[in-house]
Ligand binder design. Sequence first.
Ligand SMILES: Cc1cc2nc3c(=O)[nH]c(=O)nc-3n(C[C@H](O)[C@H](O)[C@H](O)COP(=O)(O)O)c2cc1C
Length: 205
Amino acid sequence: MSSKLFSPFTLRGLTLPNRIVVSPMCQYSSQDGFVNDWHLVHLGSRAAIAERVQAFADAAQRALKAGFKVVEVHAAHGYLLHEFLSPLSNHRTDQYGGALENRARFLLEVVAAVRKVWPADLPLFVRVSATDWTEGGLTPDEAEHVLRTEQADLVLLARELLRDPYWPLHAADELKENVAWPPQYVRAASSKTPLRENVDYSDLD
Ligand SMILES: Cc1cc2nc3c(=O)[nH]c(=O)nc-3n(C[C@H](O)[C@H](O)[C@H](O)COP(=O)(O)O)c2cc1C
């Protein structure tokens, strides 16, 4: 194997087989076009903040019980933690507003609380909003370049994977990588294609 895109990546006790990640894409909608409790997140009081911190930790615990190996704290896209981070939305005058270190306080409390319940050997991601400077879809060469120049460890794709769910297989073809295919698909693959191993669910409750 020579491409970085299809090389394994280890973070704490988890090793991913390649550097391609499906970016989170919610598939829910408002009911009858109305906003509901989900959307009505707002800047709360101190007590409400402590409650939210605990809620993040509880959610991480549930994710662990359900067998997830990575959790991601969402601090991007205008959601609650992002509203605290951004000076555009955070006009608080208490210790959660003002300088960046104050605006980041809520997020750091959440990360600390989640870390307490999330095993030390498993990765914890934090999603922050950043600018996407690239026009159009990502090509395998661009993804490879980002990894080789160490601008990132992983490449997350969202809309491109909606347009082309087999992007990783096409990318492997373009980068001349002999990656494993699901056994159900292998009759359509070239003769030396290895079979993808099944996910091991045996350590779940
Ligand atoms: C249908 C759809 C749903 C999305 N839902 C989420 C979400 O629930 N959480 C999230 O963090 N990002 C969500 N995103 C944003 C993507 O994860 C990603 O950051 C964004 O689409 C930019 O990446 P892309 O250029 O590869 O599409 C969603 C994107 C799409 C297209």
